[in-house]
Write a new protein. Sequence first.
Length: 327
Amino acid sequence: MIKKFDEIKNYNTVVDCTHLTDWSCVSVQGIESKNFLQNMLSINIKNIHNNTYMIGSHCNIYGKVISILIIFPFQKGYAYIQRKSVTEYQINELKRYAMFSKVNISEETNYFILGIQGYTDQQIYSCFKIKVTNTKDSINIFEYGMILRLERKKNRFLILIKKNKLYNFNIKIKSCNEKILNNIWLSYAIDSGFPIIDKKNCSKIIALHTNLESLKGIDFDKGCYYGQEAIARLKFKSKVKYSLFWLKSMTCILPVHQTTDFFYFQRKCVEYQENFNWLIAGKVLAVSFTKQNKIWIQCILKNNLDKKKIFRVEGLEKIYFKINKIF
């Protein structure tokens, strides 16, 4: 149980943070922001209350995912965090339908997005000088930003903080290679089953082929939104033939250029071995390289595959994978 703020205010822990440069924050403000987003996203915006967030998606009319996002109340509207590589395109797609709505859509450039993992709630709240009133809240607001608790059991947090107030708090930005640090957070997303949709896969993956439904990122009762008809048709005709998979390399390997260029393998084919042949099973969403010299793959594969199958990825010769988890 989390202690009251007064009992922990003397914590002197310096909290290590990762600056998540591969992610961005988009703000949708205005008196019609709720109704506008209700018509655009796959979740029911009315279920987002103060101090809560939801995971959802913005799809095209064919039910294919433009972006998967974490959305929450912000200022006089909403904000959401998504992969930076899709932000420009995703904002432009929203603006196409915002001409007659009283909303303002923009990338929020006055804030840093930080990732924190491995610290207790007490340490985090003390560091950002937050007086805890409800330990069940998934968002806690402080003077210059907010904390989103991603996973309680694994102590993972996202921090949205004003750039000019960053050093008002007892935090330290990790100075390691940003590419490596962002890769670590990509590993956390793969581990938790958060689907990664970057530019190469934008508008190419059907929402139901990810695990958005299990993340409560698709609402089948809310009514119309872009892509709703295609998604509902696939769902109720039981034609969902693909799922989100997490593959792990079977042996430890030394990092080479290709395996540390995490965007290179997105959209590459994943193949499985059938007798002496290799057959295409699906496509790569994301790749990360772990501290244990293993490669993790997040991919969309056929959901009728034998769990004992051996896999390989286009461009990764002599590196073989096995299923670690199906989401």
